[in-house]
Design a protein around this ligand. Structure first.
Ligand code: GLN
Length: 250
């Protein structure tokens, strides 16, 4: 992996945040920038609301509603497009609708299939019941071993990974990709897809640092941020089950 000179600003593209930005996903780009700044490096966010430029180091896509997602897919397909950036070796984080867009096909608001960008070997169809709630997942990527992933999911899509796609994690609680494979998200080269909102990088700093290390091409010094550690501890604490409501009681 080639090293980015320390004095060069890391360019983080926030792709179509006007269409893809549910549940605070826009915050993922800010987390990446801040974790670089805390380490004395310069970083800038490039907000992309048209065709996707190829010159950035990291591309971040968030979640979105069904119709916004179709528009975002059409935009991201305009040449040179996100595909061009991936072919150049850029790092990508794609959340929920973003993940679906990067696949081969996804189910649109009209129930019909829509073409994805074909960057990832996966296909998304419609679930019978929406997946809504907290997720805990065990990473399957060696660099993230020992740091469970947490996030919030809300999606109507079920994503089946093809033979060349590796899952990001194994679901411990929640739904994740939701195709009976017990998997959450996907990793292919330097492209990571996940169903986790939160924003996911605020809740999972190890994942943020992995993406940053891929982008800068060298290990980064560890960071201690007590507020982030406290938040993680709270999210991972086992929850006491609440008594079920008796729905027949008036
Ligand atoms: N519209 C997609 C779905 O419902 C993505 C949702 C999201 O990004 N939260 O599956």
């Amino acid at each position: 992996m080639s090293r980015l000179p320390t004095e060069s600003a890391v360019r983080i593209a926030s792709v179509s945040p006007d269409l893809l930005g549910t549940y605070g996903d826009k915050g993922n780009a800010e987390v990446l920038r801040q974790r670089l700044r805390w380490r004395g490096r310069t970083a800038e966010i490039v907000t992309v609301t048209g065709a996707v430029p190829t010159g950035c180091d990291i591309y971040v896509l968030g979640g979105g509603e069904d119709s916004a997602q179709v528009l975002a897919a059409q935009r991201a397909a305009r040449p040179p497009g996100l595909r061009g950036a991936v072919e150049r070796g850029a790092v990508v984080l794609a959340v929920c609708a973003g993940l679906q867009i990067l696949g081969e096909r996804f189910a649109g608001p009209d129930g019909h299939d829509h073409a994805g960008l074909g960057v990832l070997d996966l296909t998304t169809t419609r679930r019978v019941r929406r997946a809504v709630g907290e997720v805990v997942a065990t990473p399957l990527v060696p660099e993230l071993a020992g740091t469970p992933l947490t996030g919030f999911e809300n999606h109507g899509g079920a994503t089946r990974l093809g033979p060349t796609a590796r899952p990001l994690a194994r679901v411990e609680s929640g739904v994740g990709n939701g195709c009976g494979q017990g998997t959450e998200g996907v990793v292919a080269g330097r492209v990571v897809g996940t169903y986790l909102h939160g924003p996911v990088l605020a809740r999972n700093p190890a994942l943020a640092d992995l993406l940053l290390e891929w982008a800068v091409g060298e290990p980064l010094p560890p960071l201690q941020v007590p507020a982030v550690e406290q938040l993680r501890e709270r999210r991972l604490r086992p929850r006491r089950r609440l008594p079920r409501l008796n729905r027949s009681t008036p």
